[in-house]
Ligand binder design. Structure first.
Ligand code: ADP
Ligand code: ADP
Ligand code: MG
Length: 672
């Protein structure tokens, strides 16, 4: 076995690789960019080296820097993870030149599979069925259009250097071909520096089914069954599972054989994935699948294969890289149960899946039997804009598909993230979606069901907003009570501490808050103290509904969860995040400003501070005074630019609701 390994990656995959490497007794070496100085993978490693600025092309993608560090740290091997340098033949070559073991296939295999056109030609020669189409050298638009006609619409234009679903265009009719081609070429040039494309028949009712393969240096190649990755958005995987629902044994055998052939044809060593597209329109059939591409690395979704086979694929990789034989041969491999993986992303499904970065103020994963969490971040960490916004992979294993999906749903339901928006609720909805549950789906499933899955703009969660406001008031009161030294032995509950003015009739005030960036008005009323109750007796009216006493809601099943920072309060309820901020400047009580320029007390209370004196110039929004009532402070501000003509109160004084506090004469410019 190797004695040390450098992991040329970051995030969850770096952590994942290190876990196994440590278990096997290897010394682990991390590399990191300046943005990742405090990252989990850095803290976990035995040694860590900074390799440059945040931008990947100045750090994680610089082959020379990584080789220098590997030599300095005396790393025996380099594991590339996935993404970044994992599929760069030059990287495998640079390792070889430096006398370092590359944990991956030979450079020649990476190169053979690197471009989709060459790979397809090679597979055709090896007798592997490929998607019908044109993958030759000619790139003239007129010629390609003729080919598209021969293939028959709909067709798919793909970048030969493509990856991550980029540079891919579906064309349904000849009329749209020219424009789609130009756009695919532009995208391909931009993303891969190579404008070349190929044309494929667009398979209807497409199912993405891939086969995990493994080779060793002795010429053994096995497959570890299939993964179904048909739940996709923009040609990118969202949920993956193994085995594939509805997969006939004959087809599994045929696909496994084809994948092993593919791997053998390029002298494959290590972990690889052969991706196929299958026509699911009449159910899966052994003669209705075609090679799409081979990914010459460990795949994001490898844990579902680990779950159903009971094998550790990173261990297999390290063993093979050490020159050992494959741990098991084909006849010793079997499928046990069913596994599903969901990719938890920092993105907002309600806003077109826009990436959502920032500090993870809360990060907790739900637990359920058979659930595994792969992550590279924890509470307090940042989701930075520099890298892939994946927060974690949630993987569930069960005896049956339903059990695995139930467990995945349970884990997702208990997952709480505050700060960045996430797709957790969307993923949860997918685990429950009828067609998907029934195994009746293809790669268009998500697009066809976006609305039902909640991935469209949604109205504000008014109840979450009301409860959040109650929570904020609760915090505000307890904070003030502490400041006042109000907690004594005989009165340990601050809410029982009653101010004189509070007795008597119900009082109310309007406060403004930013809820998810939108200004809302909440009516706060307090009908007087409720003896013996341990929280403020305030009712919050918002959006036509009223909420009161947080404790009543905590008993409900849809228990909200709160996270507070000095600026924001997050309410997480039903997998959705509602963000509440105080209206700035502080609590501007616009109701009690009038055009005549007089500032009035919004409620009965005590004047805490006065900021102005007669004759002073003020600007609109400047603070005039702070009034406290019910342990909440309300800042009164100037309604317009102007001059203070009168101040009617002194600090420490009690004022009645509606009492004048100050008068401001608007300046001429303002008045005109
Ligand atoms: P593919 O979508 O290419 O068939 P995968 O599902 O395994 O294969 O996804 C790999 C993709 O993950 C890469 O193409 C890249 O966009 C993304 N990626 C790369 N590096 C990282 C990383 N460190 N963390 C998360 N995602 C990454
Ligand atoms: P990438 O390198 O971006 O992963 P792939 O060739 O693997 O590119 O295709 C990505 C996805 O696009 C597939 O998972 C599948 O959903 C869809 N796709 C690719 N080829 C076809 C096809 N011929 N017909 C229908 N869908 C396809
Ligand atoms: Mg692919």
């Amino acid at each position: 076995m190797l004695s040390s390994v450098l992991i040329a990656n970051r995030g969850e995959i770096a952590v994942r690789v290190m876990k196994t490497a440590k278990r096997l007794g290897l010394r682990t070496i991390a590399v990191y960019s300046e943005a990742d100085a405090n990252a989990m993978h850095v803290r976990m490693a035995d040694e860590a080296y900074c390799i440059g600025p945040a931008a990947a092309r100045e750090s994680y993608l610089v082959i020379e820097k990584i080789i220098v560090v590997a030599k300095q740290a005396k790393a025996e091997a380099i594991h590339p993870g996935y993404g970044f340098l994992s599929e760069r033949a030059e990287f495998a070559e640079a390792c070889a030149e430096a006398g370092i073991v590359f944990v991956g296939p030979p450079a020649s295999a990476i190169r053979a599979m690197g471009l989709k056109d060459g790979a397809k030609a090679l597979m055709q020669k090896a007798g592997v069925p490929v998607v019908p189409g044109y993958h030759g050298a000619m790139q003239e638009p007129k010629f390609l259009k003729e080919k598209a006609y021969e293939i028959g619409y709909p067709v798919l234009i793909k970048a030969v250097a493509g990856g991550g679903g980029k540079g891919m265009k579906r064309v349904d009719k000849a009329m749209d071909f020219d424009e789609a081609l130009a756009s695919a070429q532009r995208e391909a040039q931009g993303a891969f520096g190579d404008p070349r494309v190929l044309i494929e028949k667009y398979v209807l009712s497409p199912r993405h089914i891939e086969i995990q393969v493994f080779g060793d240096t002795k010429g053994n190649v096995v497959h570890l069954f299939e993964r179904d990755c048909s739940l996709q958005r923009r040609h990118q995987k969202v949920i993956e599972e193994a085995p594939a629902p509805g997969m006939p044994e004959a087809m599994r055998e045929a696909m496994g054989r084809a994948a092993v052939e593919a791997a053998k044809a390029v002298g494959y060593v290590g972990a690889g994935t052969v991706e196929f597209i299958a026509d699911g329109s009449q159910g899966l059939q052994p003669d209705r699948f075609w090679f799409m591409e081979m990914n010459t690395r460990l795949q994001v979704e490898h844990p579902v294969t680990e779950a159903i086979t009971g094998q550790d694929l990173v261990e297999w990789q390290l063993r093979v890289a050490s020159g050992e034989r494959l741990p098991l041969l084909q006849e010793n491999l079997a499928i046990g149960g069913h596994a599903v993986e969901a990719r938890l992303y920092a993105e907002d499904p309600e806003k077109g899946f826009l990436p959502s970065t920032g500090t993870l103020h809360a990060l907790e994963f739900g637990s359920a039997e058979g659930v595994r969490i792969d992550t590279g971040v924890e509470e307090g960490a940042e989701v930075s804009p520099y890298y892939d916004p994946m927060i974690a992979k949630v993987i569930a294993h069960g005896a049956t598909r339903d059990e695995a999906l139930d467990r995945l749903g349970q884990a997702l339901a208990g997952t709480v993230v505050a700060g960045p928006r996430t797709n957790v609720r969307f993923l949860k909805a997918l685990t429950e979606a009828e067609g998907f549950r029934a195994g009746d789906f293809d790669t268009g499933f998500i697009d066809r069901n976006v609305e039902a899955l909640g991935a469209v703009p949604q109205p504000m969660d008014a109840e979450a907003a009301r409860l959040g406001i109650l929570k904020a008031i609760d915090t505000e009161w307890s904070h003030r009570n502490w400041q006042d030294g109000g907690l004594t032995d005989e009165n340990t509950s601050p809410w029982q501490h009653v101010d004189g003015f509070q007795l008597g009739t119900a009082r109310s005030i309007t406060r403004r808050y930013w809820v998810n960036g939108e200004m809302v008005e909440a009516r706060l009323t307090w009908p007087g103290p409720k003896p013996g109750h341990g929280e403020p007796n305030v009712a919050v009216t918002l959006d036509g509904g009223v909420s009161r006493f947080l404790s009543d809601y905590l008993a409900l099943s849809h228990l909200p969860m709160f996270r507070q920072t000095p600026e924001v309060l997050f309410v997480i309820r039903n997998g959705r995040q509602t963000e509440i901020r105080a209206f700035d400047p502080l609590d501007v009580d616009l109701d009690h400003l009038d055009g005549g320029g007089s500032v009035k007390a919004p409620m009965h209370g005590k004047v805490v501070q006065v900021f102005v004196e007669a004759g002073q110039q003020v600007a609109k929004g400047d603070r005039i005074a702070v009034i406290e009532a019910m342990k909440m402070e309300h800042t009164l501000v100037a309604p317009s630019d102007g001059t203070v003509t009168m101040v009617a109160v002194l600090a420490g004084e009690q004022v009645a609701e509606g009492a004048p506090v100050a008068s401001i004469e608007a300046s001429a410019a303002q008045a005109a």
